[in-house]
Write a protein that binds this ligand. Sequence first.
Ligand code: B3K
Ligand code: ZN
Length: 878
Amino acid sequence: PQPIRLEDYTPPAWLVESVHLDVALAPSRTRVRATMRVLPNPDAAAGTPLTLDGERMTLLLVSVDGAKLDAGAYDLTDSSLVLPHLTEGTHEIVIETECDPQANTSLTGLYQSNGVYCTQCEAEGFRRITYFPDRPDVLAVYTVRLEGDAAACPVLLANGNCVESGTLEGGRHFAVWHDPHPKPSYLFAMVAGDLAHVSDSFTTRSGREVALGIYVEHGKEDRTAYAMDALKRSMKWDEDAFGREYDLDVFNIVAVSDFNMGAMENKGLNVFNDKYILVRPDTATDVDFANVEAIIAHEYFHNWSGNRVTCRDWFQLCLKEGLTVFRDQEFTSDMRSRPVKRIADVKTLRAHQFPEDAGPLAHPVRPTSYIEINNFYTATVYEKGAEVVRMLKAIVGEDAFCAGMDIYFSRNDGRAATVEDFLDAMAEASGRDLSQFKRWYDQAGTPDLVVSGRYSPLDETYELTVAQSTAPTPGQSQKAPLHIPLTMGLIGTDGEDLGLYLAGETSEDGATERTLELTQHEQVFTFEKVPSPPVLSLLRGFSAPVKLTTNGGEKDWLFRMAHDSDPCARWEAGQTYARELLVAVTRAIAAGEKPRRGTRYADALRNVLTDDSLEPAFAAMMLDLPGEAELAQHIGQDVDADAVHAARSHLHKAVADQLGDLLLDRYAQLQSNAAYSPDADQAGRRALKNACLRVYAGLGNENAARLAATQFASANNMTDTEAALATLTHMARDERQAAFDSFYERASGDPLLLDKWFSLQAMSSREDTLARAMELAKHKDFSLTRPNTVRALVGVFAGANPVRFHAADGSGYRFLTAFVRELDPINPQVAARLLGTLKTWRVYDAPRRDAARQAVSDLLSAGKLSEDTYEIATRMIA
Ligand code: B3K
Ligand code: ZN
């Protein structure tokens, strides 16, 4: 397969003014008649024949301006339809095709999920529905007439507003939908089936009455209330925070059970993975509720960042995704606790994006080439993309950022924009030169910051030396310095922040926090009027996605765990301390020495547990040890996954030993009889309670098992149920089997609960987990055609169970690649993404590396792979 390159971009030769789709739905033979007005693009080279993308369809008819073309008058390939004689003028093209939704297991284009017809067009699915210039810079006005069996498909939905509907002969009926906003084909959607729905309404600030609908399988209506509420709060928030109003009379959401990702922002008709809509206290955890809120918001916010202003080409994906993630993060921060949200996002970034940036799949936020674009919906494009927007805001300041957003939206409304358009708007609003900042979009890899501070008592100055560097990544051996906002403070011996007076600056404001701007390989900042040696607090609010090394040590970490006024930096102090301890324990175990017990670390956690001024959700995060995968990354080479697991278990147990009764006390105190509510406060208290349970379970003894089993038996909400099972799953005790059996019974007939049952077993650190996962892959409730279930079992095993996945004998890797091979012909997108979980293999030791490389080479030589999986496999071992 030939890669597509950013540098080869050329504007479309033809534009499409309007599309009228006539769709006659039938399970295996759906007919689509597309009527479009096409015209040459005045901004492109003239005289180019009309070329349309299309695949996996049967072409039935092509006509131009009313005249049917003979087969000799067009060129048809597996992926395109070319009309060689059509090189100029405005024309009406009619194309009739047939496709087979029932047989479509790839879940892109038109497919059926549990009998419901639905579509997924991003990135390139529309070309499986009709022949079309399927690229985001071709914007057209769509009208869709859907016709289907009235009994099988009482609901007929498409983008925009419904303008006509009626019954037809033979038990069929139809609906016509019109979307007045020109849009790229990737935002097209239609849905048809027998669905229940709940309605509500929202009045926009200028008085537009919007009818809201959420469509779900019958019987699931009672799980939609939270999603609807989140939708209304999102609509309001985007008006208040970004001045963005909704622009149609209808906003519909459909929840389907088979979906390749979380959700899709189709104009006026969002389609969701039902996991991110359907929540009820007894079926969903606090985390599930929070995900629903965030994803509803994310897809809704795309209406402006993505739909009204779309992307010129797929290399600009971060323009809509990074920005929209930033917007949903801000929304959640406003709805819940800002510091807790920030820490949660840092954890996600570190768990998913940093390893990506450090491994064989590393790519810039704006990639420069791809084989299959669906492989680039990554943590780098989404999460690092959001960090880049956040840094920009830190550099230009709140006011200029808001002004820049307004310029960006108004100047690019109805256009397909680029990263340059975004930066231009920000540069104009702020008057800042952002040319160096732009490197964040083009340069892959996580920068390393090495910072050292030196206090000089004589002149009462504190000198900060900051060096930045970025390791080479595939295809980029040389790295230039980046423009990095480094937010920092200095803490005095009393724990209070000191005023900051930067040498060479005239303003004497003495603010206690500042954002230093790094632009060079190395820079020195001198602070004056520092009365005594301060403790350095760096990267406050995690102001940049970097790895930080300082010359501070245990004393500093302990001090900042207790005193840092910035919650993010305070949490990070604990993490840094724990990481260093864990590395020391890993070494000691390998050398046969007696490992440390982390006494002072445990003392610091004791303070956290007894400090009532801390937000419970924050305290829960402080109690969390860094995970094994993060540790492996931190060690960086020749990692023995068993040693890391042993070290973490050792420290976990040591902490549990030392905190013992205090954990039980707090656990008991945090029990509550209040009626369940998913709000952040209650969820935070549950998080802390369950963190106490989790830490206590480090003892692995009878008491811990009994505590978890009791919680399982008495829980009145899924958060507590799941937490109990997540504790029991690692144990080799009778309580475990009993709880899992009872949970299975309860889950019967409910796919979302069954998925929890799969994943809670797949994450077990028990030695028999791989064998169990292999058994579960043959279980009657497991299915290769359900992405959620595939992710729950194989995704969780490979992505969240480092010690078993990275088994020294390579058995975990072989399980994954064998599975990918089986899944690839069924669903290439999900198969490729699963294979991506191997991306950290290079940090492990030689036997593991050899096994990983072998497993991937075997996959490559075992037979033809999809482009999706082929691209990941080849990059993985390049
Ligand atoms: N834009 C979609 C993702 C599409 C993925 C295509 N493989 C959902 C989102 O980011 O909001
Ligand atoms: Zn998105």
